[in-house]
Design a protein around this ligand. Structure first.
Ligand code: XIL
Length: 320
């Protein structure tokens, strides 16, 4: 009987999950994670980040990503790839290097070239650049901005198009752009500018890390997705890292609110022509990044500690 992925596909989108390498030895988990009826798309939570794929300069390792993609391929799950350019989870040799634009630019190209080629047959989409904007709409300070200047973003997209040989949808991905605000407006301006100048870009990923009580409504997510409607079908959208954290301890009331947030987000995607799918940033509470990153919050996923399906799961399923 159908899971979220199968139902989503009838509704015209995919429904996927992030998968982290730390739980691949848990077969109860992997049985669900690689069941294409439940999740017909997967994203590696960490495996394709720079610190894992190029731990030493020009030494590339793909073991973690393969451990997720091999079973995903066998299960006919779509693979979203994450991420080429980010300010976090960089290897020390990169962070601590004494770079100039002339020395760092070829490092970035070489990274995208190798990783894109390795996963050329896997990735239907790549998060080319992740989290490059601040909430006020300015560009985030990072090694990339500081050493290369703002052009690093468009260079990454140009190299990504070249080395994926046009086989992947190229996404800009960020959090906090699930409402119309200074940040999402800045992302929209970038998309518009790229299209006007023929810089390749195919999609915008709205991460969608939400908090019960502060989450955007259905109308707000719809308005945020709608920012890209003038550029659709050239530009598609997706909810790429959906989770809904609760201030602990949770109560029946906050768990019901959480279910509403999951449903509203999923519905906003289903009903928006440009939105191709929803990915939850893991489906299982014990591997969620939330408790570590947001102390006091948790229970953000669709499945509880005992791998039981939660109210949010059943409500999303009921909606789909
Ligand atoms: C998180 C992972 O889930 C954690 O395991 C890791 O320790 C830190 O990164 N936005 C992103 C993701 O784009 O890559 C992040 O993933 C969560 C926030």
């Amino acid at each position: 009987y159908p899971g979220l992925g199968a139902l989503a596909s009838l509704a015209g989108i995919y429904f996927g999950t992030a998968i982290d390498n730390v739980v691949l030895n848990n077969t109860a988990y992997t049985t669900i994670a690689h069941n294409a009826s439940e999740f017909n798309q997967v994203t590696p939570s960490n495996a394709q980040k720079w610190m894992y794929t190029e731990p030493s300069r020009n030494v590339f390792t793909y073991t973690n990503a393969s451990a997720i993609f091999n079973p995903a391929r066998a299960a006919h799950q779509l693979r979203r790839c994450h991420t080429f350019v980010w300010h976090n989870q960089l290897p020390d040799w990169l962070t601590n290097g004494n770079w100039t634009a002339a020395t760092l630019k070829p490092v970035l190209e070489n990274h995208i070239k190798n990783v894109a080629r390795e996963f050329r047959e896997d990735c239907f989409a790549w998060d080319v650049v992740n989290e490059a904007f601040e909430d006020d709409g300015s560009l985030r300070k990072s090694i990339w901005l500081e050493v290369l200047g703002k052009e690093y973003i468009e260079w990454a997209f140009v190299w990504a198009r070249k080395y994926t040989e046009g086989k992947a949808k190229l996404y800009y991905n960020d959090y906090g752009i699930e409402r119309v605000n200074n940040k999402s407006l800045a992302v929209r301006e970038m998309v518009k500018d790229f299209l006007a100048r023929d810089i390749p870009i195919d999609g915008v990923g709205l991460q969608s890390h939400f908090t019960v009580g502060r989450a955007p409504t259905y109308d707000e997510v719809t308005a945020a997705l709608n920012l890209y409607t003038p550029y659709h079908p050239t530009i598609e959208t997706a909810l790429t890292e959906l989770d809904v954290r609760i201030l602990l301890p949770s109560t029946p009331a906050t768990r019901t609110l959480q279910a509403n947030v999951y449903v509203n987000a999923t519905r906003a995607c289903v009903e928006m022509a440009s939105c191709v799918g929803v990915t939850v940033w893991d489906f299982w509470d014990p591997v969620s990044w939330v408790p570590e990153s947001f102390p006091g919050y948790g229970e953000a996923c669709l499945f509880d500690e005992g791998l039981g399906r939660k109210e949010a799961y059943f409500e999303v399923k009921e909606y789909l």
